[in-house]
Design a protein around this ligand. Sequence first.
Ligand SMILES: C[S@@+](CC[C@H](N)C(=O)[O-])C[C@H]1O[C@@H](n2cnc3c(N)ncnc32)[C@H](O)[C@@H]1O
Length: 299
Amino acid sequence: MVEIASRLSMSVTIPRQLQYREFSLRWKAADEPVATEDDDCAEIESVGAKASWDPELYEAKHSFVWKLGQGVIDLLDPMPGERILDLGCGTGHLTDQIAQRGADVLGVDASPDMIGQARQNFPKLRFQLENAGEMKFENEFEGVFSNAALHWMTDAENVASAISRALRRNGRLVAELGGRRNIGRIEDAIESVLARFETVTMPKSRTYFPSIAEYSSVLEASGLEVRFARLFDRPTLLEGANGMEDWIRQFKWYYFEQLPSERRRKALDEVLDVLRPILWREDGWTADYRRLRIVAIKV
Ligand SMILES: C[S@@+](CC[C@H](N)C(=O)[O-])C[C@H]1O[C@@H](n2cnc3c(N)ncnc32)[C@H](O)[C@@H]1O
């Protein structure tokens, strides 16, 4: 794949079979029963990254994340015996698929709960608790793979350096993450509505959705040469009539936590009113996902 990737330019379209829909997620799974105002997910202190992941719900409701991530594995094209690092491996399903292709894979993740679930799912595979930006691997891997995880790592420069350090010369990073303006309309709606509630201090975004140029610069500054990059829309149908409310409660609830609990419902309803004409269609709510798929080589 490296040879193929090296012949691709930034504007080349990826074959249809390599395209897929996926979600990145944090907090609770998208279609779990709706939380009450006082039912916010407890924060779990992950290694170096404050995150709250619910592996059971991830397994139960969001298997499509890794199922759709198979296209990125095709792009990685792991070979038997190759050493591959699966960065932000979550519950380990894609780690397992890399292993099934004969590669010697290590899954790492900053969430103890996700790593625990991965070990339970795949006891024969290797998983390690690691915060990406603080990894100490040196010249160890022919490939670093990452699906739906890098956009949670807001310390992108540190992460790129750690990836570069971990790779052997000519090794490749093959990844997909949320790209520029990912869920932009949803974020705009939340921010415009909450700005009308004078008690709100806008929280710092917990996600990083770079453009091709921005992310390429970050990677290049760490000695990773970008050979392929594609930013594309992936409108994603949310489950059920409450799909958008559920999604907001899981992924963006930290905005609403700035409000007194009795005002959150009202704010949420106003956000849904703003979004309905834009993202509600006959078949339900659609989230305006945009993904960035990237291949970079350690030079
Ligand atoms: C949406 S999940 C994706 C999991 C898996 N790659 C998949 O496709 O199913 C994102 C994962 O990134 C992990 N993550 C977030 N920030 C991290 C960091 N700084 N270092 C390592 N892992 C991190 C989370 O714990 C979570 O398991």
